[in-house]
Each structure stands twice: as C-alpha cells, then as structure tokens.
Unconditional design. Sequence first.
Length: 113
Amino acid sequence: MHLESNITLLYGNETEDDIVFKTEFEEMQKQNENLKVLFTLIKPSASWRGLTGRISADMIESQIADYRERVFYSCGLPEIVNVMVNLLKELRIPEDRIRRETFSGYQTSPNAE
C-alpha cells in the first residue's frame, strides 16, 4: 500500500510493552516513504533509543518541521485528546486543521501519571 499523503505519526505510550501494533507500524513505515512513525515513551527502559516524554509543543516543533501546514488527528482517551487539542491550539494550529476521535471505555493503567 502506497500513501500519497505525507504522514507523521507521533505515538505516545507509557512503556515499550504498551505500544499496540508497533511491528505493524514499523513495517508500514518501511513500505511507505511518506509515513514517518515516531514512538515516544514516558517510562523508557535503559535500552530504548526512541523519543522520550509526553508529546509536547517542543516535540512537535522539533520532529515535524512543517507542522504549521499540517492537519492533525488526535485519537485516544477523551482526556488525552483534550490535552493534545489544547497543545495544538497553543501552537496556533487553526481549529479547522484539528480532527478528534475519542475512545471511551478504555481503562488507564492504575500506575499512569
């Protein structure tokens, strides 16, 4: 499958074991030069070589040079989506370039910060 659109996925998790479909995303990225997948962890192991910390304005600015021209899709638990939308508004992303999808009913880890 070839993607026409240029897509950067910032995918945040607590630990590496929490990354759902990691192998599949890595394979999709290998097959599509227009797809860049960036995993970031809040609690990385000593061997983790990817991004660390929560998705932030600084992370968006440093990893997506043309972020001001992008359309953003935020998916996840309602509280996480709301945090991302507020972050995008701080970056002055217009409302008409922000898409949301919330997944209700999922439980967060009891150890989540």
